[in-house]
Design a protein around this ligand. Structure first.
Ligand SMILES: [Zn+2]
Length: 155
């Protein structure tokens, strides 16, 4: 079997934990939501859609740090209760094969390429973006809402 040339990077556990502490402390930019429809709230930590009835925290996350032209902070969800960080980092997460856009960044956080899913396998799109030696990482985002879903790095 071919070894994938990429590595999935879910949200770090410490950031999910901090969001859970912040919402309990009443931070105004952290909101607790009970999910009411399927495939509406992707948890960035376990990389699964939260199920109807599950509670999630909505909060702002700086996927691209400040101090760069493409700096970007935007809303993400994590499960309100502890969940297991996605561990199959050599496999593309099955829940996010639709409705994603792939943005390639160089090592200075500049966007150098982007592709919308076009029916090709996610792995094929990612590997084509990594064909460019300047691609340092690829961010996977919602094509409709623009929200950061997860990062992909070279293996
Ligand atoms: Zn989760």
């Amino acid at each position: 079997m071919k070894t994938p040339s990429f590595h999935i990077i879910p949200l770090p556990t410490q950031i999910a934990g901090a969001a859970r502490r912040e919402v309990n402390a009443g931070a105004t930019d952290h909101v607790l939501i009970t999910v009411d429809s399927p495939a509406s709230s992707p948890c960035r930590h376990c990389l699964r859609w939260a199920l109807p009835g599950e509670r999630v925290i909505l909060f702002p996350y700086a996927a691209i740090p400040s101090g760069h032209p493409y700096s970007e902070t935007g809303p993400i969800f994590v499960h309100a209760n502890e969940c297991q960080r996605y561990s199959a980092t050599n496999k593309y997460p099955a829940d996010f094969r639709n409705g994603r856009v792939f943005r390639a960044y160089d090592s200075n956080y500049n966007i150098i390429d982007a592709q919308v899913m076009d029916g090709s396998e996610s792995e094929v799109v990612i590997e084509s973006l990594f064909q460019n030696p300047d691609t340092a990482f690829v961010d996977v985002r919602s094509v409709t809402h623009g929200c950061f879903t997860f990062r992909v790095q070279r293996a």
